[in-house]
Design a protein. Structure first.
Length: 363
């Protein structure tokens, strides 16, 4: 069954705004409600939406009906009244056992627990809804801890780097938006990603004093992927690659994307040598009628929203997973690439993060 639903640009922008805020506060139920409406607008059937979001078809129909009757007022988070209900001692023990078993045993397509997954687990298994903050407190009380660390570039605070970022935010990015409007162009943020067969480690909830372990094949082989995401539509273009990233393979990917599109393309890229080689400079000059290049400032991956996409793909495909064969790896990664290619609204949610990093709103 398909429901025809068409909305104006202002309402769509408001929907994406609410989706961004729902992600920011970790409200899974509201996120699913908004995604359900967006998928229906994209033309997906009720059955397809129910399968994607792990909802019943009746729930999807109820969400759409409420939106038709109440509009945006049906998509407001309402905090449950009173103090949050408590899990019983038996339920806490069962929750600990589910966490020990891992997300896949609980039916989630992920190798590591994060707060949002545990929030969903508690809601579905016990009918109790907690805020992310309370879940962290609960997990600590029942003997779990969560640690997180990340690397940052040693150049992150260089005056030259900070100045380049300021120029990008105040001059380059607004000018590219103006050019995109003038040419009715796509703005494609591009990058490459390698997915290692030996898997990827991540932080997860585990019992205190018991470090999680993951099997590894030890094979130093990686599956490589080029990617572009469109700032306006959430379209995702990608191409797998078995050799090294270089100018020739990057140019082949650009040729493929140009063949699939008709609009002018504004390519946002970092300073990788094969992006800026003489061969690519000649290529961009030869195709100036179709291509404009926007160069990101050095040491500024936070300005490229496709980085968020790669992070999500790795989280779903390789974190804390074991791949005995290279084919096991490529199959899992390709499944997740196709998943995001079919969900432009999820890509647009990443654009919301990008806009917040610039202190602006999506256009």
């Amino acid at each position: 069954m398909r429901i025809r639903l068409s909305l104006g640009k202002d309402v769509l922008n408001a929907l994406f705004g609410r989706l961004h805020r729902a992600y920011a506060i970790g409200q899974l139920r509201l996120i699913k409600r908004i995604h359900a409406i967006l998928y229906i607008i994209e033309g997906k059937s009720v059955a397809e939406v129910a399968e994607i979001l792990s909802l019943s078809e009746q729930s999807v129909r109820n969400y759409v009906k409420a939106f038709i009757l109440k509009g945006l007022d049906s998509l407001v988070y309402k905090r449950p009244p009173g103090r949050p209900p408590k899990l019983t001692k038996t339920q806490r023990k069962e929750l600990a056992e589910w966490i020990d078993a891992g997300p896949e045993q609980a039916g989630y397509d992920s190798g590591c627990w994060d707060t949002s997954l545990i929030q969903d687990l508690i809601q579905h298994r016990f009918g109790v809804e907690y805020t992310p903050h309370y879940i962290a407190q609960l997990l600590s009380n029942i003997g779990f801890s969560y640690q997180r660390a990340c690397f940052v570039s040693g150049h992150i605070d260089d005056g030259e780097v900070l100045e380049a970022r300021q120029v990008w935010m105040e001059k380059t990015w607004p000018e590219l938006l103006r050019l995109a409007k003038e040419k009715e162009a796509m703005i494609l943020f591009g990058d490459e990603c390698s997915f290692a067969q030996w898997g990827s480690l991540s932080y997860t909830w585990a019992r205190k004093g018991q470090q999680p372990t993951v099997k590894t094949s030890g094979r130093r082989k990686a599956y490589k992927v080029f990617g572009f995401i469109d700032y306006f539509t959430g379209a995702f273009f990608y191409k797998s690659h078995t050799g090294r990233f270089n100018s020739a393979s990057y140019q082949a990917f650009l040729d493929e994307v140009m063949a699939k599109t008709k609009q002018h393309l504004i390519i946002i890229q970092d300073g990788a040598s094969y992006h800026t080689s003489k061969a690519l400079q000649r290529f961009f000059a030869q195709h100036a009628d179709r291509l404009t290049v926007g160069q990101l400032p050095k040491y500024s991956p936070m300005f490229n929203p496709i980085e968020y996409l790669w992070r999500n793909v790795k989280k779903k495909a390789t974190h804390l997973r074991y791949f005995p064969t290279f084919e096991d790896l490529t199959q899992k990664v390709n499944d997740k690439l196709r998943y995001f290619a079919q969900l432009p609204s999820a890509i647009l949610a990443l654009m919301g993060r990008y806009c917040r990093s610039l202190g602006s709103e999506a256009v």
